[in-house]
Design a protein around this ligand. Sequence first.
Ligand code: PRP
Length: 214
Amino acid sequence: MENNRYLTFALTKGRLADKTLKLLNEVGITCEEMLDKESRKLVFVNEELKLKFFLSKGPDVPTYVEYGVADIGVVGKDTIMEEGRRIYEVLDLGFGKCRMCVCGPASAKELLEHHEMIRVASKYPKIAKDYFYNRKFQTVDIIKLNGSVELGPIVGLSDVIVDIVETGSTLKENGLEVLEEICPLSARMIVNQVSMKMENERIRKLINDLKNVN
Ligand code: PRP
C-alpha cells in the first residue's frame, strides 16, 4: 500500500539546519525551496518524496517532536538534555561537535574543589543543576541567562558559568577558561515515539542511510 502521509522534519534554524540539509542531500533527500538563503519562509515541502520541513528555534524542536507535529527533529544534545522531552534520540549525526563545560576565571577553580556555595550563570539551568546537585553534590545558586553568558563572571554576576565551548575563543578573549567538562555534545536526530511505530519502515531506512554516509 502506498504511503501518502508526509514525513515531517523540524530543523534547528541556522548552521545546524544547513549542515542537516547537506547530510540529507547525501542520502537523496532534497528540498530545493530551502536553499534560497533570502527566503523568510518557515515551512517547505517536497511533494515528490512526501516530505515536509520546518525551521524553528532549537529549544522548540523537541517540543514539536514530542507533540507529533514533526515526526523527526535535528537538534543539539544540549537542547535535548535541557528540554527533557519525551522523544527518542536515535542517531548522533556527528556534526556540531562541542562540549558543555563549567567555565570561569582560573581563580574560581578552588571554589569547585571545596564545594562552596557559588553562583552559576547559564542558558542551561537544568543541565547546570543536574551537574552540580546530582554529580558533584554541591549546592549552588543557579542564575538563568539568555546568551553572552561569559559576561556572568566578568561583570560579577556569577562565579562560574555552564556553557557550550566549541573552539574556546570566546572564553580566551574574555579571560576565562574551562574548569570542568560536563559532557560532549553534537547534533542528534530525534523521533516522535508514535511516529517510530507508525512510520517505522521509512524512519528505519532513513536512520540506516544516514549511518552509512556518516
Ligand atoms: C555559544 C556559546 C559560547 C560560544 C562558544 O554562543 O554560548 O558563547 O558559542 O563558542 P567558541 O568556543 O567557539 O568561542 P552563541 O554564539 O551560540 O551565542 P550566545 O552567547 O548568544 O548563546
